[in-house]
Design a protein around this ligand. Structure first.
Ligand code: HEC
Length: 388
């Protein structure tokens, strides 16, 4: 049987096409990635003072506010009523990215939506000196169990990351008939290597029956993730996680599954050359009602980029490939791919938006494309109104 053409399909195809074009243009360097700040003044000064170690640079330029020990001076001593960070606190220091701190030291606090009391050193220090300085500041966190923020690669729409996070997401996936599932996801880090997560889905479903729209809270899930290994030098992070999905949604109206299920997964994030990165995740799903178990494989490949120079807005194009297969003999593997772009929406870059389309690669006659998007708030880096 052939399907009637849907008026929405061209729209999906158009969006997919536009996203792919953006992706290709982005990768071709239309949006610049990185680049060295250039200051002849700083170079002249550096020549005059001769080579300095990270420690000397730090003590001469930053110590007056941030303290020689990295714990920063108390508000009573610095002469302004603004709390300063404690660089020795690994919970604060380790999730950050050196590139962001170089940006702040070069351009001053406002480049990331912080106070202008944090001065700009771009005219006084060279790019090389700033790198050395920031490396010294990062080393105030001496406990290597905390995975470094450089391994926190941009979040794809479906492939969960290995990095433990403090964030809240609203994620929505919409079918072309208007049915949708919107998830509120809360992730909370515990110590150096652990994280728990709660997902509350809201389902809006076209059941096809006369009184056909059904809405309600679906199956709520609770997950726990643990970092097994990470290395900044080798550029990888590996985590294991378990998620229990509870039958909170109404099975009768098609919103819930009616049973508990357990999902276990291993997630790997890896830095590649030229700011490319890859995430992968292998999933094993066991429903507790005796129905068929399932295996899934998610892989996301992307590139971290910025617009308007090295310190500007993040534009991270990504492509995911998602495979799912019932674990029974003769079952076929369903494959989808998801071109998408993640964009930072404020100066602090702790509010991000991602949009993409999930396009079937197999069974295209029986499965339709879906539109997917999320809004992500890294609440550890500030409130919703901070950092604009
Ligand atoms: C005049 C005081 C002062 C000096 C000197 C100073 N800072 Fe700061 N710095 C601040 C203040 C104030 C903040 C807090 C900004 C905020 O939270 O809005 C800050 C914040 C920071 C942050 C944290 C940003 C974040 O992500 O939370 C970094 C990194 C930093 N400074 C690096 C440096 C470096 C490196 C130097 C020396 C090159 C330096 N600062 C010199 C006042 C100073």
């Amino acid at each position: 049987m052939t399907r009637a053409p849907s008026p929405l399909l061209p729209a999906f195809r158009y969006t997919a096409g536009a996203l792919c074009t953006l992706l290709v243009l982005g990768i071709a360097g239309c949006i610049s990635s990185g680049g060295e700040p250039n200051s002849t003044n700083a170079a002249k000064l550096a020549l005059e003072r001769g080579p300095q170690s990270g420690r000397q640079l730090y003590e001469n330029n930053c110590g007056a506010c941030h303290g020689a020990d990295g714990k920063s001076l108390p508000v009573t001593q610095v002469g302004f009523d603004f709390p300063l960070p404690d660089f020795t606190d690994c919970g604060y220091n380790s999730p950050e990215q050196s590139a962001d701190w170089v940006a702040i030291a070069h351009e001053g606090g406002p480049i990331r939506g912080f106070t202008p009391i944090m001065p700009a050193f771009g005219d006084a220090l060279t790019a090389e000196e700033l790198e050395k300085l920031v490396t010294y500041v990062r080393d105030f966190c001496a406990d290597k169990r905390w995975p470094r923020g450089e391994l926190n690669f941009p979040a794809p729409l479906f492939t969960e990351k290995a990095f433990p996070e403090n964030e809240t997401l609203v994620k929505s996936v919409r079918d072309k008939d208007g049915s949708s599932e919107t998830q509120l996801i809360y992730e909370h880090r515990i110590g150096a290597r652990d994280q728990y997560e709660i997902t509350v889905p809201y389902v809006n479903l076209d059941t096809g029956s006369p009184d056909h729209w059904q809405q309600g809270v679906g199956d709520i899930s609770v997950a726990f993730k643990h970092v097994l290994a990470s290395s900044l030098d080798k550029g990888y992070i590996v985590s294991a996680a378990a998620e229990v999905s509870l039958p909170t949604g109404s099975e009768a109206s098609g919103i819930g599954s009616g049973h508990t299920s357990l999902e276990a997964f291993i997630a790997v994030g890896k830095q590649l050359p030229n700011d490319f990165f890859v995430h992968s995740r292998a999933i094993y799903l066991t429903p507790f009602d005796g129905s068929t178990r399932e295996a899934e494989l998610h892989v996301a490949f992307g590139r971290a980029m910025t617009s308007r120079g090295p310190y500007g807005r993040q534009w991270n194009p990504m492509v995911e490939v998602l495979g799912a297969r019932a674990l029974e003999s003769g079952a076929k593997t369903e494959w989808d791919w998801v071109p998408q772009v993640q964009v930072s929406i404020n100066q602090r870059q702790h509010l991000l938006f991602n949009v993409g389309v999930r396009l079937p690669l197999t069974d295209r006659d029986s499965r339709d494309p879906q539109l997917a998007a999320y809004f992500l708030w890294d609440w550890f880096d500030g409130g919703l109104r901070d950092g604009w």
